[in-house]
Each structure stands twice: as structure tokens, then as C-alpha cells.
Design a protein around this ligand. Sequence first.
Ligand code: AP5
Length: 207
Amino acid sequence: MNIILLGAPGSGKGTMAQKLTGELNIPQISTGDIFRKNLKEETPLGLQIKDILNSGGLVPDEITIEIVKNRLAEPDCAHGYILDGFPRSIVQAKALDGFQRVDCAINLDVDKQTIVSRLSGRRFCPDCNGTFHVSALGGSDTCPVCGGKLITRKDDSEETVLERFRVYETTTLPLIEYYKAQGKLINIDGTGGVEAVYRRILDVLRK
Ligand code: AP5
């Protein structure tokens, strides 16, 4: 099954993708993780996109589309995948339709106040890409999955979160109508605990 996860910054796409990947045995393809890895390793791409990521803008469509196209052509994607953070613009969605079949687009619907509280408490593991919330870490800054040192993402500063929101509302939100028109949109209430949201997704996928 080829699944897209849509939703505002901090709506829980990464958290749900990580759980679904284990359940469905298909890979999670996160463009954000791919870009952060390049940033960390200071690759030519990483250096090129550093300022964009840190300011909350979008990496140019042509770069992002090429990366995703190549990644989805790898053998582990042959039986399906979960796209987390792509597409993020109508241009990207149309490009994706040109080289892949999308089965469904799951939109995580979360109000802004909840998102601000989630992002201000988010901690990230650069070693295993795990995402956690301070409320579940008991004061520890060690990754409960791999033992790595947890960090706060640079783009989770208040100013950058506001910019990511602005970009989401102008460029990414139209994708909801795009997939609705194709009959592929699944709207999920993304509020409540992680397990509650995950159950809602599984219930819909199993129908
Ligand atoms: P990306 O990493 O994709 O960032 P994003 O879309 O802003 O999404 P986030 O990772 O911030 O949030 P999320 O929805 O995954 O939520 P999470 O699960 O972490 O992209 C980063 C940057 O890369 C972009 O700004 C852009 O520059 C670039 N980029 C990426 N893709 C691109 C593209 N296609 N085109 C161009 N540029 C691109 O959850 C958030 C927090 O909430 C966590 O702490 C988590 O533990 C907690 N939480 C999650 N669910 C729940 C719940 N149900 N209850 C309580 N807490 C919860």
C-alpha cells in the first residue's frame, strides 16, 4: 500500500509513520529526515539547504522530487511505503502522480494550540530519527530506543514554527482538496494520545 501522511508541522506525521512502518512492514520515507541527515553530514545538498531548513522554508520542488523519485525506486519500496512530509505542494503531488500510484492520503487534523504545545516539547534523536515528547521522557535526554543524545530541532524555535505554519497554510493545505477530489483523502482526528490516534488510523486502513 502506498500511503501519504498529510498534516501541519507537529501534527504527528513522523510519530504515526514510525508506528505504521512496523505494523505494515513497509518503509517510512521522511523527506525531513533525509534533509536533516544531509545537514548533519554536511553533504553538498546539506550545505545547499541549511538556511532553508533552519528558517522554515521549503526545499525547491525540483530537488525534493528528484530525491523522492530515486528513493521510491529502491527495492524496499516495491510493496508499498509511507510518505511522511511529501508531497508538500501541488507541484510535488502532480509529479508524484506521474511516477507512482497513491492509494490514500491520511490527513492528521490537529488544532494550532495542540501543535504549539507538542512542538515546544519535542525532542529528536539524530541517531535513529526517533521523535519524543518531554512529557514522556521523565527528565532524561537519552533516546529510549537507541541510547543516543536527544536534541531540540533548530526549526522548533517559536519564530521558525510560525514560518513553517505560514508555509503550510499557503502551500501544503491545498493538498487536502487535491486528494479529496481524487477520492483518496482520509481525514483523521489527530488530537488525543498517540495510541488513540494510531488506533483511528488502523481502524480506517483495515476497513
Ligand atoms: P519535516 O521534518 O517533515 O517537518 P514537518 O512537516 O514540519 O513535520 P514535523 O516533523 O515538525 O512534525 P510531525 O507532523 O512529523 O510531528 P511529530 O510526529 O514529530 O520537515 C522539516 C523541513 O524539511 C521543512 O520545514 C522543509 O524545510 C524541509 N522539507 C521536508 N519535506 C519537504 C518537501 N516535501 N518539500 C520541501 N521541503 C521539505 O510530532 C510532534 C511532537 O508531538 C513530538 O514531540 C511527538 O512526540 C508529539 N506527538 C505526536 N503525536 C502525538 C499525540 N497524538 N499526542 C501527544 N503527543 C504527540
